[in-house]
Design a protein around this ligand. Sequence first.
Ligand code: ADE
Ligand code: ZN
Length: 323
Amino acid sequence: MSEWQEFPKIELHLHIEGGAPPEFIRQLASEKGVSLEGVFAEDGAYAFRDFGHFLQVYEAATSVLRTPEDYLRLTRAVLAESAGHGVIYTEMFLSPDFCGGRDLAAWREYLAAIGEGAAQAEREHGIIMRGIVTPIRHFGPDKAKETALCAAETAGDFITGFGIGGDERAGKPRDFAWAFDCAREAGLRLTAHAGEWEGPDSVRAALDDLRVERIGHGVRAIEDPGLVERLARDGVVLEVCPGSNVALGLYPRLEDHPIARLREAGVKVTVSTDDPPFFRTTMTQEYDDLARAFGWGAEDFAEINRVAAQAAFCDEAIRDAIV
Ligand code: ADE
Ligand code: ZN
């Protein structure tokens, strides 16, 4: 067993469907008589060529998740896996696009099921979950508005954040400003995927036009020293997913990844998996790899988790429990 497996971890960036083990998706497909062509490699893992293809495979796998009960089972499976890697608190991206097609009544049913799955996982494994409602950028601004309305209506309880995922190359952050304003007015905390497939301007636009407090990925900020300085000065927290970035070809090797340089420049970095089985990673694997590539040890990881606890979209009582 890795020395890092039981180390207590906080994860801020995990897509619920992206956490689905391939066996789980195959099982649901067989129960429903759905054939999933081109989703799996010969060894049974998910297979994709590049980021665009990854998004297609992700959506194809997600197509077998059709009922609130499916999401209850998924929530339990994903949280059990995370807890097995020492995760004590996790934030999950949840998309009304996949959970009832942005219909508010259906979304409420999916959330009730996900909440029940999370409550069971908390009782069984002690892991705490909070949800970030997430439009999909390449589905466009109109669907993002509907998603924001779903988010606003269900803010509170375990829904504490609003974010945006999907293809960063589609549209501009300001196209989604209405959705983010709506979520902010409902009291939700804000994050956005940026600086993954686009460069520093995309990170700046997420900060200026969407007024988010955290950035999903954000790693390409390293290409602009002025932006790195701004992130450090303003305490913007990056949800860095190193294994995801390497698996999708953003950096050839972990040694080339900017997480250590960002941290040395004073930027608040945290560590997450994004879509662990897709990228053949786990939180333990991330810590193992970072320890090897950058010589990080217990003090480094403890500090990274303190940063994550401070940036978590939770109330003070939970923060005190996880810090
Ligand atoms: N959805 C799931 N994983 C993602 C990623 N790495 N970037 C953008 N959207 C995603
Ligand atoms: Zn992501």
